[in-house]
Design a protein around this ligand. Sequence first.
Ligand SMILES: [Zn+2]
Length: 99
Amino acid sequence: MKLKHDKYKKARGGYSRLLSISCQKCNAPICFYQKDGSGNLRRMYRDRIIEPKISLTRKDLTCPKGHLVGIKMLYEKENRPAFRLFVDSVIKKIVKIKK
Ligand SMILES: [Zn+2]
């Protein structure tokens, strides 16, 4: 798994972490995610979602068991498709990347 280095990362200070995202309700894995910059994870950009276990083409973002965790949005500032996450809907764990 490799992190992306691009203008979006640069705009957030050039610092990224890899997170594993799972459902708060049932613990089912949802995807891996490259989080750029500091701060809380409030939305997930489509281009940063890695190895999704679920469909990303629907309006709703759910875990594999159907719990609703977020909703599709467009981050207009960057014209970038994303999912807005509901508060406390997912569990985030930092994944160490081998170099
Ligand atoms: Zn779930």
